[in-house]
Ligand binder design. Structure first.
Ligand code: 6LW
Length: 531
């Protein structure tokens, strides 16, 4: 009898698990602000990084066992001594990191644009700590990558503009040996390609792979907009000559037209699994009502080497939203709770600042996050008392319970929907009212306001495609709509919004003076709405 019971329980458990193990995965694998993906494998572990511009901590490190489920395990830039983004506009800062592993060490190369240029950082453990940046002063351009040849030599591959151009936006991919102990490039610098056509523009994100003893140079072209594309170039020897593949571009959505719902596919990196499959991470933008409100996201595509050509999603030829998943053990990661009750001594890993914080402005105590409300505002190009999470969904709800009272109308605290210092909504409590402030197209205006005298307030915003609505009240159950429904075009690409992505969070400021009393938040919720 007991044996039968055991068999029955075993059967129940195995069927329960097999039912939860999907055959397909959904794209994007990382939604919201996750551009310029780069990936590497160590044994059966995968690591992925993205650009972060002036968001801090910078360069998230994600880990996965199955290429579909990713867990944030750390950041490459997470000590304020590493990089300072003061004065750097939102679309600059950390561009296009590449992650690689060699001889027991992880390397990330990246560029701090309009700050200190190209650098690399190293770590034995990918979750950190990562080293201070080693700057390569004589490495011009962006999108650096590293390659180790089978003889153990290390190479730096970069992209820049040639001294004289033969066509519009001509660029070049160049390579030089690098001494990673001394932090120096040395030897001859050579151009490997200008792109696959005699009018190719913005050759970017170069990566070299050795496949079947030959060298494959994968790059992107045409910038990160509608004509973005991935091209490949081949050589029998590392220094070239690199010959363009007849299939080029090997991946793009440019030929699908501007109404195709996933645009700007490009900026790829390849990885070979422990089972011999090849996959690519690649960036793309999902469109909603003709706009891009989530920024650039990370997608996954199957790759098959046919002869020497990497064929992306064979027989399909484009990125798809549902696809047979990699032949790897399904390894879901525990999802973060949608509500942060501020019950830990430290901020949870998915919070970010804009620019490196120079002053301590918050405390976590008695299950409250209290913010001092610095004199600096989000209009200035320095850190201010604001904490953000990525907006990852077209339909979302964010809410908070806030305790804040001030006699001065300059002192504010509330929720913020942020893309740049010139494009945001601020849903704030000030003196004796609640206001919605909008900054867009060079103008800052109050779009709605209502009297409100109590200290405690619930604030809630709901995003539905291109629309956003703002609600407030003294109890969660009785929230009132403030003003008209507003447009999320404010945080969409265009109108000064470029490269980075949107965030949502909490923000307090004294607009020139520090707030007399802290603003205390009891909780913050961000959740996807099923529509
Ligand atoms: C990045 C470039 C790009 O350096 O956008 O999509 C730039 N490609 O490679 C900024 O993210």
């Amino acid at each position: 009898m007991k044996v039968f019971l055991k068999i029955f329980i075993f059967f129940l458990i195995t069927t329960a698990f097999s039912q939860t193990e999907p055959q397909e995965f959904k794209n994007p694998i990382l939604t919201g602000f996750h551009p310029d993906p780069s990936i590497c494998r160590v044994g059966d572990d995968y690591y992925l990084v993205n650009s972060t511009f002036v968001w801090y901590p910078g360069i998230p490190i994600y880990h996965s066992k199955d290429l579909v489920n990713w867990k944030l395990i750390g950041h490459g830039i997470q000590r304020k001594e590493q990089l300072n983004f003061d004065g750097v506009i939102d679309k600059f800062g950390i561009f296009a990191p590449t992650i690689r592993y060699h001889n027991g060490m992880f390397y990330i190369t990246s560029t701090c644009v309009e700050c200190e240029g190209n650098f690399y950082i190293t770590a034995k453990d990918p979750s950190g700590p990562w080293s201070d940046p080693v700057f390569l002063k004589d490495a011009s351009g962006v999108d650096p990558s590293l390659f180790w040849d089978t003889d153990g030599k290390s190479y730096y591959i970069g992209t820049t503009r040639p001294e004289t151009s033969e066509w519009l936006n001509q660029g070049e991919v160049w390579m030089q040996e690098i001494d990673l102990k001394k932090g120096k490039l040395f030897g001859e610098r050579k151009v490997l390609t200008y792109g696959h056509a005699n009018n190719a523009s913005f050759p970017e994100s170069p990566h070299i792979y050795k496949v079947n003893g030959k060298y494959v140079l994968l790059i992107s072209e045409e910038g990160t907009e509608k004509n973005h594309a991935v091209t490949v170039h081949h050589s029998d020897s590392l220094w070239g000559p690199y010959v363009t593949d007849y299939v080029n571009p090997v991946m793009t959505h440019r030929h699908l037209g501007i109404n195709y719902p996933v645009q700007a596919i490009g900026h790829a990196d390849l990885v070979e699994t422990q089972n011999g499959e090849w996959w690519s991470v690649v960036l793309g933008k999902r469109m909603i009502d003709g706009k891009f409100t989530l920024g650039r996201e990370t997608f996954l595509a199957k790759v098959e080497f046919q002869d020497q050509t990497p064929i992306f999603n064979p027989e399909v030829g484009k990125v798809v939203l549902n696809q047979k998943r990699p032949d790897l053990p399904w390894s879901p990661v525990k999802e973060n709770s949608t509500t942060d009750n501020f019950d830990k001594d430290e901020l949870k890993a998915d919070w970010s600042f804009i620019r490196t914080p120079q002053k301590e402005f918050y405390t976590l105590k008695n299950e409250k996050l209290c913010i001092k409300g610095l004199p600096e505002t989000i209009d200035s190009l320095v850190n201010t008392s604001m904490l953000l999470k990525r907006i990852k969904d077209f339909n979302f709800l964010a809410s908070t319970e806030l305790n804040f009272k001030s006699k001065s109308p300059k002192e504010q605290a509330g929720l913020v929907i942020y893309r740049t210092n010139n494009t945001y909504y601020y849903f704030a409590k000030q003196k004796d009212k609640i206001v919605i402030i909008k900054k867009f197209k060079g103008e800052k205006e109050i779009v709605a306001e209502a009297p409100y005298a109590q200290k405690n307030v619930f604030l809630e915003v709901e995003g539905n495609g291109l629309e956003i609505q703002f609600k407030y009240g003294s109890s969660k159950e009785e929230l009132k709509l403030l003003g008209e429904i507003q447009s999320l075009e404010v945080i969409a690409d265009g109108n000064g919004n470029q490269f980075n992505g949107p965030g949502i969070g909490i923000y307090a400021t004294g607009n020139g003076k520090q707030n007399s009393k802290p603003a205390c938040y009891n909780s913050f919720t961000y959740k996807k709405l099923k529509k």
